[in-house]
Design a protein around this ligand. Structure first.
Ligand code: G6P
Length: 608
């Protein structure tokens, strides 16, 4: 999704604006631009495509100055084009960058046209630029104009505005989309996330909903939604720059797949010991609250939703508590009936996904027992707005296709299932087995990663395919869904995940010699059922690609078979997912797609 960078300093900021945009490329975008106030006034450069296209434009027509704003756009209103790229301008010196969606833009556009403003783009953002200029023309200073303009906006926004009339400051505002303030001794910054600013500072202020901030090179001032000056806490970030660099790997996605043994170990660090899940890992007082839970409602989007689907099986099997998992964009528009003592759980890598956040806000108005977030980004909106939090500790995930975030979510959710089960009479022996399973994960994932070369070879069979089916049963049904999602996201092959038992209710009609069918076969209670489904595929000439527990390899028949180490019930879905990540990765590389930034997709979906 869109990215914002703003810098005010006593030196040329153009290079750092571009560097900031590059650090935000991972969010997904289709055009980029920047505006700078130089001696002769405000000027901007924009380009459709990548930040490097913008950079080329800047080389041809340089722009330099001590204050500027920059943006990567992910189209919502209006096609990806230079005309629709940000910054948008008004008058001869006001420019604005914006993330989010303004829902009442039509109404505001009509109003602004009647007072003489002309529109040049199809974006909702241009409305904000003209609205601010309108208030500046009426005599407001930039801060006041932004405060008044934002009061008129319905929807979600993070904006930064800059005006030639006040060439020393930037004014930012947020509601519904994140905006972070970066502090330094003699320069200050604004950005949509800290990655853009890590080379410049480690000191950040996470702005609250409705905040408006004014920054100059020598100072900052934050105002809350009522316009009252407030102090927000300054946080020191411990992110290392290495964590956001690709190192020896060709793609971030490959790096992140290989980081999984360590990320999962980090998720478990300090949370299990002596064969037990430690008390208090959900925060003080949380264990008592969790003991009261009689139902669980999980809400998430995309890959995080698939983690929730796996957790549903675990929570019901281990704790005996009814659990539902639902996609946030569906849940938030339902009228859910909340059973007594229901725990509301959100799962999100970014903690900023618009639908998940909206679902959490809706849940706050209903009678849930408590709201727990399983999240990877400290200080994200989801974390700040939840009652309880379990951080997944995957570290920064840059590839749009989520990999290590998913493994760590599963690991964290397994801790939740065990914690809930502990209060429901989980036997010592089963508790110890679950913990042993969790402890085995880093080693088992490492073994799964050793299949890399064999999977690379297997990937060649997919390169010319148009479609693929992924099958699994039980906790491996969501793994089939996730395998299909990975393949479609980055290779653009149409792929569907199915519970293997549903094969004969539809997808079997698609199976012939041209249809690759991928199945995950751990050694669990559903194995025999899965084997029958494999025979149904073979009988129709379908090409089978099997990932099987090596202890049951013999009974699996012919096909392309790769063996995985035997895994316990909790470890299996986490481990069997790894070869599917590698498969998607290698198919995408062979097809020459943009692995880390697949077309049309975004990392952090901050709009509905
Ligand atoms: C986007 C990303 C996915 C992610 C989903 C949910 O679609 O591309 O990788 O799974 O959003 O994001 P979240 O940050 O809430 O986990």
């Amino acid at each position: 999704m869109c990215g914002i960078v703003g810098i005010t300093a006593g030196r040329d900021v153009s290079r750092d604006l571009i560097a900031g945009l590059k650090a935000l490329e991972y969010r997904g975008y289709d055009s980029a631009g920047l505006a700078i106030i130089a001696e002769h006034g405000m000027d901007r450069r924009r380009a459709k495509g990548k930040v490097r296209d913008l950079q080329e434009r800047l080389e041809q027509q340089p722009l330099a100055g001590p204050i500027g704003i920059a943006h990567t756009r992910w189209a919502t209103h209006g096609v990806p084009s230079e005309v629709n790229a940000h910054p948008h301008v008004s008058g001869d010196g006001l420019s604005v960058v914006h993330n989010g969606i303004i829902e009442n833009h039509d109404e505001l556009r009509a109003e602004l046209k009647t007072v003489g403003f002309e529109f040049h783009s199809q974006t909702d953002t241009e409305v904000i630029a003209h609205l601010i200029e309108h208030y500046l023309n009426a005599g407001d200073d930039l801060l006041k104009a932004v405060q008044r303009a934002t009061q008129r906006l319905h929807g979600a926004y993070a904006i930064v505005a800059m005006s030639k009339r006040e060439p020393e400051r930037l004014v930012g505002a947020r509601r519904g989309s994140p905006l972070v303030l970066g502090l330094s001794d003699d320069e200050n910054y604004l950005a949509s996330d800290i990655h853009a600013l890590l080379p410049l500072t480690r000191r950040f202020v996470y702005l609250a909903e409705g905040d408006v901030v004014t920054i100059q090179s020598d100072g900052v001032q934050v105002f809350d939604a009522d316009g009252v000056a407030v102090e927000r806490p300054v946080k020191e970030s411990s992110f290392s720059l290495d964590a956001v660099e690709r190192g020896e790997y060709r793609h971030y996605m490959l790096k992140e797949i290989h980081e999984q043994p360590q990320s999962v170990a980090d998720t478990l660090e300090g949370r299990i010991a002596n064969g037990k899940v430690m008390p208090g890992i959900f925060g003080s007082g949380a264990d008592e609250l969790l003991a009261k839970v009689r139902q669980v409602q999980i809400i998430a989007c995309g890959t995080s939703f698939h983690a929730g689907l796996v957790a549903r099986y675990w929570i019901e099997a281990l704790a005996g508590i009814p659990c539902h998992a639902e996609i946030a964009s569906e849940f938030r528009y339902r009228q859910p009936v909340v059973a007594d003592d229901t725990l509301f759980v959100t799962i999100s890598q970014s903690g900023e996904t618009a639908d998940t956040l909206a679902a959490l806000r809706m849940a706050k108005e209903r009678s849930y027992l408590a709201r727990l977030a399983v999240c990877n980004v400290p200080e994200s909106s989801l974390v700040r707005e939840s009652d309880m939090v379990l951080m997944t500790r995957a570290g920064p995930e840059i590839g749009v296709a989520s990999t290590k975030a998913f493994s760590t979510q599963l690991t964290a959710l397994a801790l939740l299932a065990v914690q809930l089960a502990k209060t429901r009479g989980l036997s010592e022996e089963r508790h110890a087995r679950c913990v042993a399973d969790l402890e085995s994960l880093p080693g088992l994932i490492r073994e799964a990663l050793e299949l890399n070369d064999a999977i690379k070879q297997m990937a060649e069979s997919f390169v010319d395919k148009q479609h693929a089916l992924f099958l699994g049963r039980g906790t491996h049904f969501p793994i089939a869904l996730e395998g299909a999602l990975k393949l479609k996201e980055i290779s653009y092959i149409h792929a569907e995940g199915y519970p293997a038992g549903e094969l004969k209710h539809g997808p079997l009609a698609l199976v012939d010699e041209t249809m690759p069918v991928v199945a995950v076969a751990p050694n669990d209670a559903l194995l025999d059922k899965l084997k029958s489904n494999m025979e149904e595929v073979r009988a129709r000439g379908g090409q089978l690609f099997l990932f099987v527990d090596r202890s049951i390899r013999h009974g699996m028949g012919e096909g392309h078979v790769l063996e995985l180490p035997p895994c316990g019930e909790i470890a299996a879905p986490v481990v069997f997912n790894v070869p599917l990540q590698l498969l998607a990765y290698h198919v995408a590389v062979l097809r020459g797609t943009d692995v880390d930034q697949p077309r049309n997709l975004a990392k952090s979906v901050t709009v509905e």
